[in-house]
Write a protein of this length. Structure first.
Length: 310
């Protein structure tokens, strides 16, 4: 099922046709509140009022024109201005190819550098999302350049890639803020773990390294964060068991979940002392992102199908 869903995410014909179908659009509504920023803000308002952290991401990737990247950067600047209406800062999660990495790496860095400057002034954070395996090195390079100038920048790392422990060791000296995810691209077994037990074991080991790196107040002041980007609350609890045994405070383990998925479980974890964040995605380029979310866990497919029932 995972292989089929990831193939569907890449298929150009399906990408053009399926989003037009009413039942597909209906199913995706529980994963994202809408395609426009107003929908995202409306969904974020009660979450922010309840004390959750909020991340916004406008869906899109692999742009082919620099003018498109300029428009995306301008859009995010407007989002930062509008964020004042929520009464608390909004973090942004941006794919580098969405701001021109495929076209002009320096223009991409300039956009991210400008956003990081504005975000730092607003007291929020800029997160670099991680894309497929060919983009890992360019994204790490961008992150290191940004981190040298800005404290409030984070990066996403994917536990299923065999290289990720080395990548994390590379970043540890700069006190990284890392959102750790399992991974949602169709990577070959030569570079990625393919079974759930393998991925979970890799995730747990990496999370413990991150928690150790972010345990001290000094590390936190330098910008270190350990964010568990997963809906697998059992895995979060197992990680917490180990970190508590190592005397690492629970508030060093953030939990980041997507809007509309396991919202009650995220509230429970927040009540148990984990800093809770919701990632609110929006935009009209949602099809490949949505198919990768379905491919992450079979339960997501059942969840989506249930949204079609009365």
């Amino acid at each position: 099922m995972r292989t089929i869903l990831l193939w569907m995410a890449r298929n150009r014909t399906l990408r053009e046709r399926l989003p037009r179908l009413r039942f597909v659009r209906q199913a995706v509504r529980r994963f994202m509140p809408g395609e426009d920023p107003d929908s995202a803000f409306a969904a974020a308002a009660p979450l922010a009022e309840a004390g959750q952290g909020i991340l916004f991401t406008r869906l899109g990737e692999n742009l082919t024109e620099l003018a498109e990247a300029d428009e995306v950067a301008a859009h995010y600047r407007s989002i930062l201005e509008q964020a004042a209406t929520l009464g608390r800062p909004i973090d942004l999660s941006v794919k580098p190819t969405q701001v021109g990495l495929d076209i002009d790496a320096e223009a991409c860095f300039a956009h991210l550098d400008d956003l990081a400057t504005r975000i730092e002034a607003a007291g929020s954070w800029l997160w670099l999302d991680m894309e497929g395996a060919p983009y890992v090195d360019p994204t790490l390079d961008l992150y290191e350049r940004l981190k040298a100038q800005h404290r409030n920048v984070g990066i996403c790392l994917q536990a299923y890639l065999r290289r990720t422990p080395a990548d994390l060791h590379r970043l540890l000296p700069i006190a990284p803020a890392v959102r750790l995810v399992k991974g949602a691209y169709d990577e070959p077994a030569t570079i990625a773990y393919r079974t759930r037990p393998e991925v979970d074991a890799a995730y747990q080991a990496l999370a413990l390294m991150l928690a150790e790196a972010a345990r001290t107040d000094e590390a936190q002041q330098r910008g270190a964060r350990c964010a568990l980007g997963t809906h697998d609350s059992g895995l979060v609890e197992r990680i917490a068991t180990f970190t508590e045994a190592a005397a690492i405070p629970r508030d060093r383990l953030e939990v980041h979940m997507l809007f509309g998925i396991r919202a009650a479980e995220l509230r429970r974890l927040a009540a148990d002392g984990f800093p809770a964040f919701t990632l609110v995605a929006y935009g009209n380029y949602w099809y490949p992102w949505y198919m990768r979310r379905l491919a992450e866990r079979p339960a997501n497919v059942l969840f989506a199908l249930r949204q079609l029932l009365p």
